[in-house]
Design a binder for this molecule. Structure first.
Ligand SMILES: Cc1cc2nc3c(=O)[nH]c(=O)nc-3n(C[C@H](O)[C@H](O)[C@H](O)COP(=O)(O)O)c2cc1C
Length: 169
């Protein structure tokens, strides 16, 4: 298997982090990978807030249904979409950042459970913008086993919805 597939396959949701800081060069690589993501009609109408301040991280974790483990990570990324940008583009951008972070050895976790109005206030996000999701980024302090996935025949169909598609690896 090549390195790209290895990175995608090894990603896990990490909910325990070491406090080690993320070197500037690694952060730059993560952000630059997000910047290269495709968006509808190449609009790029998204913004990513990099949250580094420890007190703010704590408040952000509180606004994310008190998922306080998020604040253990040295960084939290928050993906914001502008009024005329779809959620799909935003999800692709954040996933690019997450996979870049994974490839550099960092842990991440999609976080969608949040009081988005509280987050907007906390992060000074304009009212007509939307907060899509967040992720902490940091050195993992746990190695969770892979979560199961539904079997291919349930997920894939051939030439229409009725026929399951199976494959062998
Ligand atoms: C859109 C989205 C929102 C999520 N929100 C949360 C969340 O708020 N808190 C959390 O602990 N995990 C959250 N997760 C992580 C999922 O629980 C996790 O991806 C899933 O259980 C599969 O585990 P894995 O990521 O380790 O493969 C979210 C995942 C996605 C894709």
């Amino acid at each position: 298997m090549n390195e790209t597939l290895q990175t995608i396959w090894k990603r896990r949701s990490i909910r325990r982090y070491k406090p080690d800081p993320i070197p500037e060069r690694d952060l730059a690589l993560i952000l630059e990978t997000a910047r290269r993501a495709p968006t509808g009609a190449n609009r790029q109408n998204w913004r990513m807030i990099v949250i580094r301040d420890p007190e703010l991280r704590h408040k952000v974790a509180e606004a994310c249904n008190r998922q306080m483990w998020m604040a253990e990570a040295p960084l939290i990324l928050c993906l914001v979409t502008l009024p005329n940008e779809g959620q799909v583009s935003g999800a692709i951008v954040l996933d690019h950042a997450i996979l870049a972070a994974t490839s550099l050895g960092y842990g991440t976790c999609w976080v969608g459970a949040a009081d988005r109005e509280a987050l907007k206030k906390l992060l000074s996000v304009p009212q007509d913008h939307s907060i899509l999701c967040l992720t902490p980024v940091g050195v993992p302090a746990e190695e969770p086993p892979p979560r199961g996935r539904k079997p291919p025949a349930e997920l894939f169909r051939l030439d229409g919805f009725a026929t399951p598609l199976e494959y062998e690896l």
